[in-house]
Design a protein around this ligand. Structure first.
Ligand SMILES: [Zn+2]
Length: 355
């Protein structure tokens, strides 16, 4: 395959590999899929493959060398024929698209292809979207326009239909864990945890592993639940719930991640509660061992099994399952612009009734 950097996207890779092999490069691609699964990495890899100087001497080979002047310029972001365009502030503006349209009428300066990679293309203003449509309607020779989005549903259908759509999927935990161990020398236990916590986003897992992005506030979330679940915890008063909601509201930027962590934790609690229930109802020893092994394979926060077992004593499978629904409903209502504080208070009072 022409790109070794991207993992867990065999369909996207296969589609582009065939395009390179047959020389049938589309004028416009739409890379659609969740954040952190390799869309931009693959787009840059395609740009390198289309312009690598080393490939001139290697018929039948399509993997860019990564060492020639062209590959190095693209990696540094200063190749005159390869441009990455991101939203200017909150949106992609019409003058950014006009600039692309103008440049597209020129021949490549030094490469074989001119490539534009437009990040978050769903954030285009209406005028920018209309201008993009015009660009897509007038394809130019040796020009490739790659639009990236994690929100394909908010694009104009006319834009989608004029691009070759390349779908990206969340990457499986086993693949991510393997990548972290092999490429980043992360110990197995930590690799497993990060692979589960990232929910299919390789970018996030690698960012955490390399320290490029801060680790998610897992201990904080566990302490929050522990505080309220334990009958003797600090949360035995409604005031504590209100203060916790206030503190969470201030973490606006991390809120989605905190809700992910909460959901993971309750999912673990559900599994541990169910396993404990099996023990109580006295199934055979083999059956119990199987249940234990199964729960260990599924539990995300395996390093916190003791805490989970403690909390499971004051929780139940049903309560944990219901809590996951409550957290997800809160996430949805916040996305629909509900009052964040109110939504969080409502969530915490529902998760921890009677405190
Ligand atoms: Zn090269």
């Amino acid at each position: 395959m022409f790109c070794e950097e991207v993992v867990g996207q065999p369909e996207a890779l296969g589609l582009l590999q065939r395009a390179l092999e047959t020389g049938r490069i589309a004028h416009a691609y739409l890379f659609a899929g969740p954040d952190g699964v390799g869309k931009k990495t693959l787009a840059l890899c395609l740009a390198r493959a289309l312009n690598c100087l080393d490939l001139d001497n290697k018929p039948g080979s399509f993997a860019p060398c990564g060492r020639c002047l062209s590959c190095r310029k693209i990696a540094c972001g200063n190749h005159p024929d390869v441009k990455v365009v991101s939203p200017d502030g909150v949106s992609v503006r019409i003058d950014q698209i006009r600039e692309i349209k103008k440049e597209m009428s020129y021949r490549p300066y030094e490469g074989r292809y001119r490539v534009w990679i437009l990040e978050d293309c769903d954030k285009m203003t209406e005028q920018a979207a209309n201008s993009t449509l015009k660009v897509l309607e007038e394809p130019q020779e040796r020009s490739v326009f790659i639009l990236l989005t994690s929100n394909v549903l908010s694009l104009l259908p006319t834009i989608v239909s004029r691009c070759q759509v390349v779908r990206f999927n969340p990457v499986g935990a086993a693949v991510i864990s393997g990548l972290l161990r092999e490429r980043y020398a992360i110990p197995a236990e930590k690799a497993r945890l990060l692979a589960f916590l990232c929910h299919g986003s390789v970018g996030k897992a690698v960012g955490w592993a390399t320290g490029r992005i801060p680790m998610p506030p897992r201990d904080e979330v566990i302490a929050l639940v522990g505080g309220f679940l334990s009958p003797l915890g600090p949360g035995s008063k409604p005031g504590a719930i209100l203060r916790a909601a206030e503190a969470l509201e201030k973490r606006k930027d991390d809120l989605d991640e905190i809700l992910d962590l909460l959901e993971d934790w309750y999912r673990d609690l559900m599994i541990v509660c169910e396993a404990a229930h099996h023990h109580e109802t006295g199934h055979g020893a083999t059956h119990e061992r199987e249940a234990d092994e199964l729960s260990k394979a599924l539990v995300v926060n395996l390093d916190k099994l003791e805490t989970l077992e403690e909390q499971a004593r004051v929780c139940s499978t049903e309560r944990a399952a219901k809590s996951i629904g409550v957290i997800e409903a809160t996430r949805q209502s916040i996305r629909r612009n509900a009052n964040v504080r109110l939504a969080l208070e409502n969530m915490l009072f529902t998760l921890f009734p009677g405190v």
